[in-house]
Design a protein. Sequence first.
Lengths: 259, 266
Amino acid sequence: MNNSKTKIWHYILPVLSVLFMLGIWTVLASSKNSLVPTPYETAVRFWDICIHPISKATLPGHLWASLRRVLIAFAFAIVLGISLGVAFGWNKYFRAVVNPVFELLRPIPPIAWIPLVILWCGIGELPKVVIVFIGSFVPIVINTYSGIKEIDPLLINAGKILGANHRQLLWEITLPATMPAILAGIRTALSSGWMCVVAAEMIVARQGVGHLIVQGQGSGDTALIVANMLVIGVVSMLLSTILSKLEGVLCPWQFSNKK
Amino acid sequence: MEMKAKEKKKKALILGLNFLGLIIFFVLWELSVKLGWVSSKTLVPPSTVVKTFIYKLNNTSPDGSTLPKHFWTSLKLALSSFIVAVIIGVPLGWVMGYYKVASLVLTPIFEILRPIPPIAWIPIIILTMGIGMPAKMFIIFVSAFVPCVINSYLGIRLTDPVKINVAKTFGANDWKIFTTVCIPSSLHMVFTGIRLSLNNSWTTLVAAEMLAGTSGLGYMIQLGRTLIRPDIIIVGMITIGMTGALMNFLLSRLEKKITPWRNGDE
């Protein structure tokens, strides 16, 4: 009896708390000279930009502009990042030469690259892609390398004893065994890349969800800002959900181990 | 004996290669501008960067403040909001992790706020609070607060149940379990959160200064872009990067001091 009662609370309390938050938001935003839009105004504005173009595109258009930048940069970051990480793990001497430079550049936040990248690549599509690339490349390299370092030596030795050559050792043992670490890196990289595209678009762009936020700031349209913040949050959540689904497909042994 | 000598030789070789890498990098950089492979409008050689760095140490042109002044403005702002976020966020995370009711009420709110990148908060905060100190402090607070709470929460939830049961068997009460078992065992996660917070607050600060500021390192590099002064931008980037790395280093030293029992693991 007691048990089922507490279970009900498990469902009711979160809903209550979200409702309570919406309530406080409404009350705060409804006072006379508040700049913050109410949840209702935000929802209306959201629907409005979905069907009426703003800055020459509707919200889905802007969203696609941002996502396209992330996806292009991401494809490069995955290929080059995994290659560099594997090369670091594979050859000590190569790592000794390249790593100091990598460590030198790593602490610079991707956002601090924006002015220099704009100076180099102008204000078209390229600078945004480059900035997202910088933001997502680093975590992939680091995770791939640390994944390779932590491979069970038993696996490698077993492969060697059974007569695997270098290529087989790489493709059939090292890469699958490193997969979970690589995917963890990709997850970090994706959230960092999404943040970078928003930042880059806020600083210089004519399209994209980051641009819409700044446009809202320029015209004092706070409902536009809040609606876009929520869109950015939801997209980031969806991306990470898709990735964890992908993790289950790409390395199922991780999950069967846990059960 | 021979093995040791071999090891030593190998270590020396690696160290040599390390330097070789750096030297190649800087020489290529220097030559690429000097020989005109890259326009000097978009990149300056490292020798010029060093010159500009020394010049900026006590000259205010062209961006209105000296480098140390920009640096202090940024650091003060980032650290003060970061510390406030840690002081409020970590205990809140602990309470959320230990007391079911607090978790049920607060978790959904954090799950909604978490995926929004801190940078996306900047415009709405600037509109409602202006571009002064309080607005910037609030932006950094938001960016640093969320990872602190979530990681401290996870740290408590991941406490080994065996340890809790042992404490219960020995007659510890709820409060005692919370303070002497759960909190110490959560510290590793707490520090992960604090490190994330620190990185977030430093990055967000730079972004905030780039978007709306009249001083600080972010403002300096943004102005460097407007004035097409790559040397100013690179000096700013290096200062930002070094400061971030230094803060991270100090934090990991602090972590080792506070949780000495973990040092054996590594």
